[in-house]
Design a protein around this ligand. Sequence first.
Ligand code: URA
Length: 237
Amino acid sequence: MERLQKAIADAGYTSRRKAEELIKQGKVIVNGEVIDTLGYKVDSNDVIEVEGHTLNKRVIKEYYMLNKPREVICSVHDEAERLCVTDLIDTSARIYPVGRLDYDTTGLIILTNDGTLANILMHPRHQIKKTYIAKINGILKEEDFKNLRKGILVDNRRVSIDNFKVKKQDKEKTTSLVEVTIHEGRNHIVRRLFENMGYDVLKLNRSKYGCLELGDLKSGEYRSLSESEVKKLYDYR
Ligand code: URA
């Protein structure tokens, strides 16, 4: 339940203060009844009319973090009927993924029906940092470290690396686990930056997205974001 003037303001009709005036002037009707005193509370089922205009039914915003498994597509629908990230979340809300992970990439993806937040998170201006753990087919050399510090050119644009760390090396199998943090969102960017260094990415997992971390969420599991997490995401604005 929320105050009527807040519901009117949240629907984008006018400011909260102006909404209070309209209520006092008897210009607001809830479920067919004029409400002209402040303090009245409504929920998402109430039909609100202001000066003869019915406000759009308020859509309850939902926010999830999913640990995406491999072979799941970051979309709400797939022509080829492959499993989509939205199929893994039990809700009737029209949620969608914020950005993309490749079909074979695992890890943290946010899903929501809040277009305002999705736009904030995807806007390149906000430079949200994302951390990936890449398993590559090689052992990084001194020259690679230098290049990573300088940033790697991909299609003539430098990807600046906010942070990187070799987490593990297997000299027998000549593979490494490298953690990289970047703040850009070009398609397949992590795979491409390692390819440009001469390595293939054998596995890729996103472990962090801005202030969010996967934690102990298992592959295919999801959870709702808390109010404070949503607020922190809004703070990237
Ligand atoms: N970079 C990639 O190469 N793939 C992803 O899925 C995400 C970032």
